[in-house]
Design a protein around this ligand. Sequence first.
Ligand code: CP
Length: 306
Amino acid sequence: MTTSRPFKHLLDIASLPKPVVLGLLNTAQDILDNGAQSYSLKGKTVCNAFFETSTRTRGSFELAAKRLDAIVLNFDATNSATQKGESLIDTFRTLHAMNIDCFVIRHQQMWTAQTIAELLPEGCSVINAGDGHHAHPTQALLDMLTIQQHKKNFVDLSVAIVGDISHSRVARSEVAALEKLGVTDIRLVAPSHFLPDDLRSRSITHHLDLLEGIKDADVIITLRIQRERMHSADFPNVDDYHRLYGITTASLAVAKDDAIVMHPGPMNREIEIASAVADGNHSVILQQVNNGVAMRMAVIHTLLNS
Ligand code: CP
């Protein structure tokens, strides 16, 4: 199947037009329903360049590219010439000289993917696989796919995002995607030092109280406390945190009966989420992981199949 190329890079959700988001949701669902036979990228080369740890994103991008018959280069930052002082820019220029069609980049610094996208020649695509606490667009897209599989429409949903929102690139991309799809009741639920000032709009309410924030919610997205992006003084006592903000069987009871519970992973069980919920029948956490491969196939194919 050949389609026109509706975007050059995937750097964040904000810059994606709504029809492109809807197109990616349709393509990913089509891959899940009918297989990937019509989405071959034979002859294209995708390079995964992860400078930060990852299980889900890295693994699913590799599988996605391979299931599209693309050639995959997994760049190993820990064993690369960056360790000998080569600059990031020279590293990407060098890799690009090996005829890479698409770079998938995760980096601890915000805007890294954008910087590399601006520097590489026309025709080479960049996908942001997470940059600092700025953006994680494919996580938001796969989460929208998961929500769409469970709920009739986005417009009427109440969605609660609970946890360490201020350090979360996932939360920022989720909010952008939910707003793009018409959700007008987005509740950010966290202690005050985890509630970011940059996430405010008419669709967003801030809640310090967990039960108030998740009452009658259709979707609860729980987030990990991101130690790697905070000063140790900001790290809460985990028992207090679980008591006040943990999604447990008891707290979940105030949400809608058919509420779904999501988590982008990796999970810290018995801190932001109780095992009984993570493994219970409201949880769609492993479905998110499964959808991640299909959504990343949709993204890579849409970018490279011009
Ligand atoms: N959700 C997510 O980005 O997980 P990984 O860090 O395992 O890729």
